[in-house]
Structure formats: C-alpha cells, structure tokens
Design a protein around this ligand. Sequence first.
Ligand code: HEC
Length: 131
Amino acid sequence: MLVASSLTLVMALASGCALPPRGTEATFRSNVLPVLRRFCWRCHGESVHESHLDLRTPGSILRGGDSGPAVVAGRPGDSLLVKLLVEEQMPPEGERPSTADISLISEWVSCLDERVPPQDASHEANSERSP
Ligand code: HEC
C-alpha cells in the first residue's frame, strides 16, 4: 500500500525526532536491525553486498553503496534507503517490512546525529568483496 506508507512517512517526517535521549541506539538495536536482518541482509549483509551496500551497522549504512550514503542523518526524506522502502523497491521481491517498521526506520534516521558519527565496524568494510 504505497499511499498508506507514504502518509505514515509524511507524518514521521513532520514529527521530527521523537525518540527519548539516547533512544536512537536502542531503536536501532530493537527496531531497525531486526528488520534489516530479516528483509535485507540476504543481499546486503554478511556474504553478499549488492551495490556494495552493507546494511549491518549504522556506520556501514551511513557510508552506503554505489549511489552514496544510504541514509542522511536527520533527513529521512533525503535518504535513499527510506525512499526505496516507501516506494516498495526494496526488498525487490517477496515479503516486505510493514508500514510501522518503515516509519520506525524513518524515525531512527531523523534522530541520527551527523555530528556524532557512529563508532562502529568500519573495519568490517575492508572485508568487502567486489561482485
Ligand atoms: C534479493 C536481493 C535484495 C534484497 C533482499 C534487498 N536488496 Fe537492496 N538491492 C539489491 C540489488 C540487486 C540492488 C542494486 C540494483 C538495484 O538498484 O535494483 C540493491 C540496491 C539497494 C540500494 C541502493 C544502493 C546503492 O548505493 O546504489 C539500497 C539503499 C537498498 N538496496 C536497500 C535495501 C533494503 C533497505 C533492503 C531491505 C528492506 C534491501 N535493499 C533488500 C538487492 C536486494
């Protein structure tokens, strides 16, 4: 349902960051990571990185893939990952995340702080293979 998910997204965008302080990391762990693991890691995870995109950590998501950053901190509307989810282009086939999942991901993006880059697993990036 493209219309319903777009509406929810607009609402998420309008409300800005509504997570409690330090809720951003908790939201990633409990709401974002499980969705990405379930729907995306098959193609953007441990062994496969379609478009050189690794969706396993905030750092690798911010770094993005061939088209640049997958998310722009604080700006879900400018984030390719959110756009592809809302437009139902990713995952390309099969079961998709719910509208509620997508708006939580969008919320997480709006709460990401670009001044504090996540201190994570960039070393994992070095193990990437070209297709
Ligand atoms: C069946 C494999 C598959 C799954 C599952 C999948 N993707 Fe993709 N994804 C691709 C392929 C192939 C491309 C590159 C070609 C394209 O854009 O269609 C891509 C490209 C992308 C890009 C653009 C990367 C860039 O920098 O060009 C993003 C963002 C993305 N996917 C996000 C996601 C998200 C989020 C999920 C989970 C909700 C997901 N994908 C699930 C196969 C997949």
